[in-house]
Design a protein around this ligand. Structure first.
Ligand code: HEC
Length: 107
């Protein structure tokens, strides 16, 4: 019984690690859609920029700053600080590249 539980937990952890390591931009972006729109084409509630107009580098820089600099952003920055918290460096690169490649709108 006990061993069964341990194996089940180990399998769960291994599964979660696999998902996290994959750094799949499309999967990560699903979390962003509710506020940014399905093509990053919306101004998020309380925000001011359409993420799709940014370059991949600008998106990466912005996401890293939300993660490392508490002062970065506008009045709704707390929303983004929560969003970027679980993202690894690879996740940030993957989701930014995904947004840029698929949805970029030239300014
Ligand atoms: C709960 C709603 C919400 C979710 C979910 C969300 N964002 Fe945001 N995002 C915002 C708001 C609001 C702002 C403006 C924050 C501010 O005032 O600094 C913002 C700002 C940004 C910015 C800065 C420039 C811009 O485009 O406005 C980027 C880049 C960004 N978000 C990317 C993402 C990515 C990538 C995800 C998914 C991992 C995500 N967001 C998820 C609400 C959200």
């Amino acid at each position: 019984m006990k061993i069964g539980k341990i194996i089940a937990i180990a399998a769960l952890i291994a599964g979660a690690a696999t998902i996290a390591n994959a750094a799949d931009g499309a999967t990560i972006f699903k979390r962003c859609v509710v506020c940014h729109g399905k093509s990053a084409e919306k101004v998020p509630p309380g925000g001011s920029i359409v993420s799709a107009t940014l370059s991949a580098e600008e998106i990466k820089k912005s996401l890293r700053l939300y993660k490392t600099d508490k002062e970065h952003g506008g009045k709704m920055k707390a929303n983004m600080q929560i969003q970027v918290k679980p993202l690894s460096e690879e996740d940030i690169d993957a989701v930014a590249d995904y947004i840029f490649k698929n949805f970029h709108i030239a300014k």
